[in-house]
Design a binder for this molecule. Structure first.
Ligand SMILES: Cc1cc2nc3c(=O)[nH]c(=O)nc-3n(C[C@H](O)[C@H](O)[C@H](O)COP(=O)(O)OP(=O)(O)OC[C@H]3O[C@@H](n4cnc5c(N)ncnc54)[C@H](O)[C@@H]3O)c2cc1C
Length: 399
């Protein structure tokens, strides 16, 4: 086993959360090691909001497509189009996007190591050590040990870092999402629109979440998600493709991963480890949107680790969760209720899609998604939506 110098921080995981944390810490002048397991493209629809593009300075060339509308599709096949107000939803390919983020961190001064996190240990003087397996070239794997004053666990859903600081308490409820990357049909062919995201609410394709077609230029992501054990995600994806006329398109890749749907109660060990992104259970309920929240979580974790390094006060780490939940907890709560109510059965899904035709609903949905803020504008709109919501729920509004 090879030991190294003590880093200010070791970041485990080089997805959006970890790469952002490593970048921010390096910019603050900290010595940072970014450890990432090589070889797997993160399964992801790749939809990102303008707020992310703005706040994290994402260059235009990383956008494989720009979606200008969403089409909501009900179990009855009724469709409601929601044109994006004054902008677009960016679509990224995670293979390219994540590598760009990791390289940005390296250019800011972080050291990159390809290897698999195995466990956390403590040096004799109490400093944390990240033990990992590294494979260089064709050689046999070697075990390396990196000591650090702070460790950021950003190793995604089912995080091994989370499991090692909260043994037995890291079981966040998850939706399992599966998608097939297909060669996109030509724009207009069979109704395919290369600038539109289709979101399908139909129990045949997802009994408790939703299914989607997201355009990525030459390719598209066709996916389904469900938390229900025994539900065949592959079968549902095949049926969805047939239903939407995408059955004959070339399949390029098939892959799946869990999406955590509840933030962990604690993100830090009260000493020197803090979690970010999926590892902290942070994905928006109802939408499954996680990239933006992972990057915000990575930024907050970096800020908290920096405060720990500057002051030696371990309670600084708790600031990451506190600030995140202050900014986004309310939205997560509302989305959780929405998922609980509307994704229950096809009757409710039908009503949910019908509700999306409402201009007030469209306005508030896009404002909340694009800017990540609950909108205060349009006085009365919230009340109107609430009344319509109740009407739909109680079955008093025709679908
Ligand atoms: C099918 C699917 C579709 C989705 N679609 C969208 C979408 O359209 N828009 C959206 O915003 N969100 C979407 N999400 C959610 C989003 O992908 C995640 O929330 C986001 O990737 C979380 O980022 P992260 O950095 O926390 O974790 P990840 O992106 O999972 O990154 C974790 C990193 O840690 C590394 N790692 C893992 N284990 C180890 C280890 N032991 N040692 C070293 N490194 C390790 C991995 O290689 C990876 O690079 C989707 C998720 C799925 C599964």
């Amino acid at each position: 086993m090879t030991a190294s110098a003590i880093y200010d921080a070791v970041v485990v995981g080089g997805g959006p959360a970890g790469a952002t944390a490593a970048h921010d810490l390096a910019l603050r002048g900290r010595s940072v090691l970014l450890l990432d397991k090589a070889g797997r493209i993160k399964p992801c629809g790749g939809a990102i909001p303008p707020r992310l593009i703005r706040d994290f300075a994402i260059p235009d060339h990383l956008l494989a497509a720009k979606a200008r509308a969403a089409r909501m599709i009900a179990p009855s096949a009724k469709q409601v189009d929601m044109p994006v107000e004054g902008g677009f939803v960016g679509m990224v390919d995670r293979e390219v996007f994540d590598e760009w983020l990791r390289e940005r961190a390296r250019n800011a001064g972080a050291e990159r190591v390809q290897g698999q996190f195995e466990r956390l240990e403590r040096d004799d003087d109490g400093v944390s050590a990240v033990v990992c397996t590294v494979r260089e070239g064709d050689g046999p794997p070697t075990t390396r040990r990196f000591s650090a004053r702070a460790v950021i666990g950003a190793d995604g859903a089912r995080s091994r870092v989370a499991a090692s600081i909260f043994p037995g308490e890291d079981k966040t409820p998850c939706v399992f999402a599966y998608h097939e990357i297909i060669r996109s049909p030509a724009h207009g062919q069979g109704g395919f629109d290369s600038a539109r995201c289709d979101v399908v609410y139909d129990g045949r394709f997802s009994p408790d979440f939703y299914a989607w077609v997201f355009p990525h230029g030459d390719c598209s992501s066709v996916g389904v998600g469900s938390a229900r054990k025994g539900f065949s995600l592959r079968g549902a994806a095949a049926a969805l493709r047939r239903e939407l006329g995408l059955g004959g398109c070339e399949t390029i890749r098939t892959e799946g991963a869990p999406i955590p749907l509840r933030p962990l109660k604690r993100w830090d060990n009260g000493r020197d480890v803090v979690l970010a992104g999926d590892a902290a259970g942070v994905v928006a309920p109802a939408s499954g949107e996680g990239i933006y929240y992972a990057m915000v979580g990575g930024r907050e974790a970096a800020c908290a680790a920096d405060a720990l390094l500057a002051t030696g006060k371990a309670q600084a780490l708790a600031g990451a969760r506190r600030r995140f939940m202050k900014a986004h907890g309310q939205v997560f709560f509302i989305l959780g209720i929405m998922q609980h109510f509307w994704y229950r059965n096809d009757k409710r899904r039908e009503r949910f899609v019908a509700m999306c035709a409402d201009p007030d609903v469209q306005h508030l949905t896009w404002q909340a998604y694009m800017n990540k803020e609950l909108v205060k504008a349009k006085p009365g709109a919230h009340m109107r939506i609430f009344m319509k919501d109740m009407g739909h729920l109680l079955g008093m509004t025709p679908t």
